[in-house]
Design a protein. Sequence first.
Length: 625
Amino acid sequence: MVLEKINQVGDIKQIPPEEYDTLAEEIRHFLVEKISRSGGHLASNLGVVELTMALHLCFDFPKDKVVWDVGHQSYTHKLLTGRKSGFDELRKYGGMSGFPKRKESDCDCFDTGHSSTSISAGIGLVAARDLQDGDEHVISVIGDGALTGGMAYEALNNASRLKRNFIIILNDNNMSIAENVGGMSEYLNGLRTNEAYTNFKTGVEQSLSRIPGGSHLANQLKKTKSGIKQLFIPGMLFENMGITYLGPVDGHDIGKLQDILNKAKKVKGAVLVHVLTRKGNGYVPAERHPARFHGAEPFDIETGLPLNKKKKANYQDVFSTCMVKLGQRNEKVVAITAAMPDGTGLKRFKNIYPDRFFDVGIAEGHAVTFAAGLAAGGMRPIFAVYSSFLQRAYDQVLHDVCIQNLPVVFAIDRAGLVGSDGETHQGIFDLSYLSSIPNMHIMAPKNKWELSDMLKYAVEFDGPIALRYPRGEAYDGLKEYRRPVEYGKSEVIYEEEDIALLAVGNMVKIAEQVRKNLKEIGYSCTLVNARFVKPIDTEVLDMLSADHKLLVTMEENVRSGGYGEKVMDYVVEQELPVKLLNISLPDEYVEHGNVALLYEEVGIDAQTVTKRIIEKYITCRKEQK
Ligand SMILES: Cc1ncc(C[n+]2csc(CCOP(=O)(O)OP(=O)(O)O)c2C)c(N)n1
Ligand SMILES: CC(=O)[C@@H](O)[C@H](O)COP(=O)(O)O
Ligand SMILES: [Mg+2]
C-alpha cells in the first residue's frame, strides 16, 4: 500500500512519480470506505484528490499556506498532513472536523465552512506575508459554486492590485451542490468546453509562428487591448482585471497539474489557475448523483444507497409540500434559494413553477435584497435559507427589507443545532440577530402541522416575517393542538400551576418530556408553546405569573438576545411576582457531533432541564419561606 507510507506532511514527496496514480486510487478507496460509515462530503473530496496531491508535491506545508473555500473538500489535505487516524472519528463529537481547523493542524491556516471567503482570506495572508518580508506561497482553492458568492468578486477586485505572487485555484467541476447557476458559470462553461476555440487559438498561433515575424506579431497581439487578443487568451475576464489566467488544465492529471502550479509560482501578482475536475470522480454512484453525495449520510458502498432508511417526514419535506400548495393558491408566491434547492426542499416548487423559482447562487445577501425588490414589486417572496448562512445578510435584512417593512418571508431552515457540520453551521444565533431588527417578526412551529399553518400565515402577513425550524425529522406529536395562528399569541397546551414551561419551536417536544418527568415526581406544570418570539406574548406572561412560582423559558438559541431574555426584560420591567429560569444555549460556539449528544453537552436535553428546574424550584421555595 502506497498510502501506508503517508503519515505526516511532506511524506508524499518521497513517493516515486510512477506510484502517484496508485496513491490517488488508494486515497479514493480510503475516503469512500470511511465516509460510507461516518457520512460526510464525499463527492467534492473525490474530485480534488489529484489536485491536492499536486499541491502537496509543489508546495511546502505548513510554511506555504492553502485556504480551502468552504473547506468541505479538504479531506485529502487532512490525509496528507498526518490526520489519517482522525477519519475514524470524522465529524463525531470530540473527533476530527469535516472542515479545516487551525486548532487541528498547523497545515490548516484558515478556518472555513461558509462559502466564498478564501480569496479574501488569501489576500490577507499575502498582505501579512509582504509586510513581514515573508517568502511563503499563499494559495486559495475556490470552487465554481463558491465563485458565485459576492465576497469572491470583492476579493478578485482587490487581488488585481497585488505585486507579489498569490495563487487562486479555481476548482471547476461545473457543479455547486446542485447545478451551478448564473453568468460566471456560463462563462466558465465557455472556457471549459470550447475545445474548438482552444484548437483554433493554437492553430492561429502556430500559423503565425510559421510566417516571418509571426511569433513577434502573436506576442504583440497578446499584449494589446484589442478584441483580437481574445483569440489568444482564454480567461480574458480575469486577465482584464489584472489577474493572470492559466489553464484550463485537467484536474485529474497530476503531471499537468504540477507543471501548471510550478508556472503559477513564478507569476508576479495574482494568478488564477483554472482546474477542471469531476465531482465524485472514481466512485460511480457519486459521479452519477453528485448532489446526493455532496453531503452523504452513511451508505452501502456496493449500491450507494443510504444505510439508514428514512422513517418519518423531515421539516424540509413538509415545507416542500406546503410551498407547492401555496404556489398553486397564490400566483404571487415566489421562492428563492441561495444554491440550496435540495437541502431546503424547494426542488418540487422549482419543477412545478420554474418561472417563480429563483436560485441566485451562493449569494445570501443578494437573495435578501432581490426578495425585497420582488416584494416592492408586488410579489410574495419566500426566501428559504439555512439559519447560519443568513448571518451574512444581516444588513440586507435590516436595510432593504425591514426599514421598508416589506412583506418578505424568511423560511429559516437548519435553525438550532445541526450536528456534524459543527460550529460554522449551527443555526443558533438567528433569534438574536433577527429579533434586534425593528419591524421583523419571528415565529417557530412546534410540529409539522404548525409549520404549514405558520407558512400560510406568513404569506398573508403584511411585513417581514421569519419562521425557524430545525434540520431533520419533523415532530408529529401534539396533533390535536392546532388553534389558528394569531398575531403575537402563544398557545397554552396544558394548564396547571406552580411551574410554567414556555418553549420555542422544537423545544416544545423536549418540554413535553420535561413536564412528564416533573409530573411523575409530583409537580404541577403548565406547558406553553411560545409560537412568537417577536413580539412575545405579554398577556400570557401576565396570566402565568399570577398563579405560577416559576416560569421556565426554553429555546435552541444562544442566551444573548434570545426569547428568554425578552421574557426576562418584560417580567423585570413589569415587576411580575414570579421567578425565572432561562434554558438556552451558552453564548459559545458549539462544535460538531451527534445532535442528541450536543443537547446533553449544552444542557438542553430533557433530563438536564428537569434537574435544573427542580433545583431552581427548590431555591424559589426556600426564598419564599
Ligand atoms: C454562505 C454559504 N452558503 C451556502 C453554503 C452551502 N454550500 C456548501 S458547499 C456549496 C457548493 C459549493 O460549490 P463549489 O464551490 O463549486 O464546490 P464543490 O462542492 O463543487 O467542490 C454550498 C452551496 C455554504 N457553505 N456557505
Ligand atoms: C458544506 C456545506 O455548507 C453544506 O454542504 C452543508 O454541509 C449542508 O448541510 P445539510 O446536510 O444540512 O444540507
Ligand atoms: Mg463546484
